[in-house]
Write a protein of this length. Structure first.
Length: 82
């Protein structure tokens, strides 16, 4: 294979991997609420990592969550007890 053919094959493989990753994430997002309860803590941690989930609890009790939930970045703020 030439360098150009290898570059083309690499681009195709990367595109297909992105498509597979997105499909997997969409499946998790659709089934997440019910399915997360059935996962072990380690499995749940892996799913949260794939979703790039980040949660910060501020000293005043404000909860901030961000990550990629299927359609793009999401940011939410919620006070404890609400």
């Amino acid at each position: 294979m030439t360098d150009e053919e290898l570059d083309q094959a690499s681009r195709v493989a990367e595109r297909e991997l992105r498509t597979l990753r997105d499909t997997l994430l969409e499946g998790y997002v659709r089934t997440a609420p019910e399915s997360l309860d059935a996962l072990t803590p380690e499995e749940r941690h892996q799913v949260y990592g794939m979703l790039r989930m980040r949660v910060v609890v501020r000293m005043n009790g404000t909860l901030e969550a961000s990550g990629t939930f299927g359609g793009g970045p999401v940011f939410a703020v919620r006070k404890r007890g609400t």
